[in-house]
Write a protein that binds this ligand. Structure first.
Ligand SMILES: O=C(CO)COP(=O)(O)O
Length: 152
């Protein structure tokens, strides 16, 4: 990968072990990029990478329930995030569900790739498109659709 990416990393408590495994598995790759994390995820990831002898650039936000997802969403809106890995706990309710939905929505609106499982994250970080200077991501189109024409 030629350029330095800014990568958001966020994991709910029940997914933090998964996130730590993922960053260790990808520590070589992550060492060259800027990581932006919610509070507790960031501390865990930074310690795990330090144990691997890897010290990437880090920005650590507030903890998720205290606004960390919202801070990262604001960065997405300002085009300061290239891709996000968000390991969501789909089996337990979160007190800050609204913020989680906002981060996911802003990634969709601003066309930021967001992986919610490790397989997607591995595919995203290994894509050759990052180095393809001719590739221009197509933004989402919100066009009127005439449903009546297709009713059967
Ligand atoms: O709750 C989170 C994301 O919604 C994660 O926050 P922490 O990384 O601070 O645990």
């Amino acid at each position: 990968m030629k350029r330095k990416l800014t990568i958001a990393l966020v994991a709910h408590d029940h997914r933090k072990a998964d996130m730590v495994d993922w960053v260790i598995y990808n520590s070589d790759f992550l060492s060259n990029h800027h990581l932006v994390c919610t509070g507790t995820t960031g501390t865990l990831v930074r310690d795990a990478l330090k144990n691997e002898g890897v010290n990437p650039e880090f920005t650590i936000m507030n903890s998720g329930p205290m606004g960390g997802d919202a801070e990262i969403a604001a960065k997405v809106v300002r085009k300061e995030i290239d891709l996000a890995v968000f390991l969501i706990d789909d089996l337990n309710a979160q007190p800050h569900e609204a913020d989680i939905m906002m981060l996911l929505r802003q990634c969709r609106v601003h066309n930021v790739p967001i992986a919610c499982n490790r397989f997607s994250a591995d595919l995203m970080i290994t894509s050759s498109l990052w180095d393809d200077e001719n590739y221009v991501p197509s933004p989402p189109r919100y066009e009127k659709f005439n449903r009546d024409e297709y009713l059967f």
